[in-house]
Design a protein around this ligand. Structure first.
Ligand code: OGA
Ligand code: MN
Length: 296
């Protein structure tokens, strides 16, 4: 069988068929998927009933796995699954649904804000691969916004204005938007802001895109309120419906996205009543988007 991709939306998203993620891929299959990622930025694979090990093995075709450390308030020793997978579920380490006011649940609600994975790390993520192991009966879609199309649609004046801007990203900024502001000293060190360019160029296609996320809380050299107002404006522009593909999950879907050219967010569901078990492998990026004052 050969890899085929059907376009899902006018600017973003493709549906892949002809590949079984449980077995090793040929170099041609990997190349076809990479080319699909460059073109569509989001790829959907249906009916992939995989284990964590198979997900990790598939992910390794696309680069180095970014370990799930430093990006959450959950300690590495108090996890439900291995460090090679980010736990995007509503379950505690014992497999029990989080209480409504559980601090870990409240922190994870930040996934409902538009973001790009690991933009709060000095080296932000390349791809994310999210596998649906259990899904709620209703709600819990994931939406993806095309930041290339959003960049292209800016007027020339705004393009010139954003070209060389540098933002500071931190999990404390995104959580702060939800009123989650109490961090331990250890968390404040772990979530220290990092710098990212606002405009990125894709290494293969050379298309420019806006590198935005709710983690972005300042623009270097700008007064904070002016920076925040401008960033909000850009996010509002970038997430207009014509740039967004909304993925409605089926059990055993795997969705893969390029964090360098998209933002995404989770939508609400009955989090305290239904299990949603999603597991994410993350591929580390090639390097920082801008020189860091201090490596973070
Ligand atoms: C993620 C994420 C959104 C969702 O896995 O990085 O933001 O719908 N997930 O769970
Ligand atoms: Mn995410």
């Amino acid at each position: 069988m050969s890899v085929t991709i059907r376009q899902l939306h006018p600017v973003i998203g493709g549906e892949v068929s002809g590949v079984d993620l449980r077995r090793p891929l040929t170099p041609d299959e990997v190349a076809a998927i990479e080319a699909g990622m460059d073109k569509y930025a989001v790829l959907v694979f249906h009916d992939q009933d995989i284990t964590d090990e198979q997900q990790v093995a598939f992910s390794r075709n696309f680069g180095r796995i970014e370990l799930a450390v430093g990006g959450n308030i959950t300690k590495p020793t108090e996890r439900r699954i291995s460090l090679e997978l980010a736990d995007i579920s509503n379950l505690d380490p014992a497999g029990k649904i989080y209480e409504r006011d559980d601090r870990r649940r409240m922190f994870n609600l930040g996934n409902q804000l538009w973001h790009s994975d690991s933009s709060f790390r000095a080296v932000p993520a390349k791809y994310s691969l999210l596998s649906a192991r259990a899904i709620p009966a209703r709600g819990g879609n994931t939406e993806f916004a095309d930041m290339r199309a959003a960049y292209d649609a800016l007027d020339d004046e705004t393009k010139a204005e954003v070209e060389n801007l540098i933002c500071e990203h931190s999990l404390m900024y995104s959580r702060g938007l939800l009123g989650f502001t109490e961090f331990t000293d250890e968390e404040r060190v772990m979530f220290k802001p990092v710098r990212q360019r606002l405009v990125r160029t894709h290494p293969v296609t050379e298309r420019k895109s806006l590198f935005l996320a709710s983690h972005a809380g300042t623009i270097v050299g700008w007064p904070m309120p002016e920076a925040r107002a401008f960033l909000r404006d850009l996010v509002e522009h970038a997430t207009q419906r014509q740039f967004v593909y909304a993925h409605q999950w089926r059990l055993h879907d795997l969705v893969m996205w390029d964090n360098r050219q998209t933002m995404h967010r989770a939508r609400r569901y009955n989090e305290t009543g239904e299990v949603r078990d999603m597991r994410r492998t993350t591929i580390g990026g090639e390097g920082p988007t801008v020189e860091q004052v201090q490596a973070a």
